[in-house]
Design a protein around this ligand. Structure first.
Ligand SMILES: [Zn+2]
Length: 462
């Protein structure tokens, strides 16, 4: 009898201990925070990419990606975005440009040939053995591609090559892979921070500008660039005869500015860029990266540490400032651009409007672009819609127009620009190198303003 009783006590004691352990992992708030912090400190993908361009203007790409399973699930496959595969009229409805030609020649995992499927921009690589949490596997993908002339983002323009979303980009795993189809209306790929080594081999000397710190600007036919903590890696290969360039200082960063020789706009572009960069650093927060490249190729697009801006002086101001502000909101504080585009586009346009207002000392002038955007088409009631639920016109008017305008109105009632910048600065400080979403924004907003903000927030956020 005694034994039985002690046995029962032992069973109960073990039960209590197991319960406490399970409870501490499932419910302890601190433990949850530790988990999420750990997630952000870990780089999930280490890319080693070799790129070569032939005399016939065909790229060969060999990408090796060390992937860590950062989730709590066991993986049987790994999802990547291979956007070049969707850049044709067969895969993408309403695709307007020349088709991009891509030919995938091999996919392997840890040196062994692997099964894979490729649909639209979703590349799913099958693993021969399951990948346990925290384990690493090396995926290699080789392919050739010919870029569309004057295409969208990933494009060849005469003897210049603009490589956006050009390599297999690791998807964002959350209870499964969720690789959305390519949608050129916004950015349809949700990628996380990675470390990159990219080597290039070109048929002659070109100017190369990338998401890495490229250093002194000199035309070269080969080289290797490296960058850490980069959300997606962009690279431009430019004919030196077509560009003039200079490097200007903005606080501790080098801004490498490239403008078309024919446009005669280098000095003005550099000056405005440096002013905007310094303003965002001083009012919102330090940018930890040492170099920002600025290419005036009419791309109107942000990438980590490099932006594409207008190629004429008249359009430059609002474009240049907007794309610079994206380094703070999109790159250093990041979000899913498919489901939460309002967060990066809206806060970027808001920040850039604040700078332009300050620059001209006119509280309304900076918001001229946003108010025009809002007028352009009836905006949606709720701004946090996925990309495919917006019409083309309402996406633009809602995300670029309505969001900055309603924030302006809110802050105008709270002593205006100073309060707005302090808020943006606190938000930037809190979420650097983190993925934010609408819910996190709401919680932060309510804590920051110490009290119920639901009437305001719920009127435009679902
Ligand atoms: Zn933008």
């Amino acid at each position: 009898m005694k034994l039985k009783v002690w046995g029962g006590v032992l069973v109960i004691a073990i039960g209590v201990i197991v319960f406490l352990i399970v409870r501490s992992t499932l419910f302890c708030e601190d433990c949850g925070n530790q988990e999420s912090e750990k997630e952000h400190d870990t780089i999930n993908a280490v890319y080693d990419i070799e790129l070569s361009l032939s005399k016939t203007e065909e790229f060969q790409i060999a990408a090796a990606i060390g992937v860590t399973n950062y989730s709590r699930d066991t993986w049987s496959d790994i999802g990547f975005y291979l956007v070049p595969n969707a850049m044709n009229s067969e895969e993408t409805r309403l695709y307007e440009d020349e088709d991009l030609e891509i030919d995938v020649s091999s996919v392997s995992v840890d040196g062994q040939k692997a099964e894979y499927s490729l649909n639209n921009n979703e590349l799913m690589v099958e693993l021969n053995t399951n990948l346990e949490p925290a384990s690493v596997v090396n995926v290699a993908v080789e392919y050739s591609m010919v870029l569309p002339q004057n295409g969208m983002r990933l494009s060849q323009v005469d003897d210049n090559f603009y490589l956006a979303h050009w390599y297999p980009m690791l998807g964002h795993y959350q209870d499964g892979w969720d690789i959305k189809d390519y949608d050129s209306k916004g950015e349809s790929y949700d990628t996380d921070y990675g470390d990159f080594t990219v080597s290039f081999d070109l048929p002659k000397d070109y100017l190369v500008a990338s998401s890495a710190e490229d250093g002194a600007t000199e035309a070269a036919s080969s080289g290797t660039v490296q960058g850490e903590n980069i959300k997606d890696f962009y690279l431009a290969i430019m004919n030196p005869d077509e560009w003039e360039f200079e490097t200007v200082q903005a606080n501790s960063a080098d801004l490498r500015v490239f403008t078309p020789r024919s446009a005669n706009m280098l000095e003005e572009t550099s000056e405005l860029a440096a002013d905007a960069y310094v303003y965002f650093e001083e009012n919102i927060g330090d940018n930890p990266f040492g170099e920002l490249d600025i290419i005036a190729n009419d791309g109107y697009m942000e990438y980590p540490n490099i932006i594409e801006v207008a190629a004429d002086e008249e359009s430059q101001e609002s474009v240049l400032v907007h794309e610079i502000a994206h380094q703070w909101f999109y790159f250093i504080v990041t979000n899913d651009p498919y489901n939460e585009a309002w967060l990066d586009e809206g806060l970027t346009e808001f920040s850039s409007s604040l700078f332009i207002s300050d620059y001209y000392d006119d509280d309304e002038y900076g918001f001229w672009g946003a108010s025009m955007a809002q007028e352009y088409y009836p905006p949606e009631t709720y701004v946090n819609l996925p990309l495919d639920e917006f019409e083309e016109g309402s996406y633009y008017s809602t995300v670029y127009g309505k969001v900055p305008m309603l924030l302006k109105e809110y802050f105008d009632n709270l002593e205006g620009d100073r309060t707005a910048l302090e808020f943006l600065s606190a938000y930037y400080t809190e979420y650097q190198f983190e993925q934010v979403d609408t819910e996190k924004f709401k919680v932060f907003f309510e804590e920051y303003f110490e009290g119920d903000q639901s009437e305001f927030l719920d009127s435009w956020l679902k």
